[in-house]
Design a protein around this ligand. Structure first.
Ligand SMILES: *Cc1c(COP(=O)(O)O)cnc(C)c1O
Length: 245
């Protein structure tokens, strides 16, 4: 793990880069949230982020985050502290882990099927809470990418059914751009997500599409220029991951 001071330095550098990207594109800093992606990093790294002022974190495995909870507790970090701290799930969620995920995450940002959404809705109902979700969109043909195709029947069906699922709260869309050494190539992907959002918002007036979660360490400035409201940054904050995630 990087020393706390290095993490704090990374965060302030990224903050400056986010601000410049906002200014360049005529947006205000308040329109873009910074999510620190802490997957594979220990609870102490999250604590260093909290000490440096971060309040939003992303994790991609239910079990991994569950295992960090006791250590976070010991460090005095309460992840259920509502406005003060939020941890979103950003990995691929299997239906059999949906119930546990609802218990420990503030939001599920990678919803990719109606079946999963129904499972989330049932659990949220049992827990008497409303669960914010983002729908993950697949905009590239890379085999590894998850998410729903923009023209797919599954996406249309999910959006049709969402207004009737009273315990999940649609907030917007999320995507992962194809990996490329040239981040400018991600630009068309981000632009497509923004245009898709406009189109879907018109077609589904009962749903909220405010959030556009896009942009990672290598391409977040471009994502902000293209309308991102939430950038998910891991490596540039916490350093290289100890193992592939
Ligand atoms: C790991 C991950 C990130 C962060 O990636 P970095 O390149 O380390 O910034 C963002 N989004 C998702 C969905 C991830 O799985």
């Amino acid at each position: 793990m990087l020393p706390d001071a290095a993490i704090a330095e990374n965060i302030s550098r990224i903050e400056e880069e986010i601000l410049s990207a906002c200014l360049r594109s005529g947006r205000s800093r308040g329109e873009v949230q910074l999510m620190a992606v802490s997957k594979t990093h220990p609870a102490e790294a999250i604590a260093a982020g909290v000490a440096a002022g971060l309040r939003l974190f992303g994790e991609n495995r239910v079990q991994e985050f569950q295992q960090k909870l006791p250590a976070l507790n010991q460090l005095g970090i309460d992840v259920t502290a509502g406005d003060k701290m939020a941890v979103h799930f950003i990995g691929h969620l299997q239906s059999n882990k949906a119930a546990r995920a609802v218990e420990i995450f503030s939001s599920i940002d990678t919803v990719d099927s109606l079946k999963l959404t129904q499972r989330l809705d049932e659990t949220a109902k049992k827990l008497d809470r409303r669960l914010p979700i983002l729908v993950e969109i697949k905009l590239s043909e890379e085999a590894a990418k998850t998410g729903l195709g923009p023209e797919s029947h599954d996406l249309a069906e999910l959006l049709e059914c969402l207004p009737d699922l009273g315990h999940v709260e649609m907030r917007g869309l999320m995507t992962v751009a194809p990996f490329d050494d040239n981040p400018e190539r991600a630009r068309s992907c981000f632009r497509r997500l923004r245009l898709l959002r406009e189109e879907l918002a018109t077609r589904h007036p009962r749903l909220e599409f405010g959030e556009l979660s896009m942009g990672m360490s290598g391409d977040f400035e471009i994502a902000i220029e293209e309308g991102s409201t939430l950038v998910r940054i891991g490596t540039a904050i916490f350093g290289a991951r100890p193992r592939p995630a």
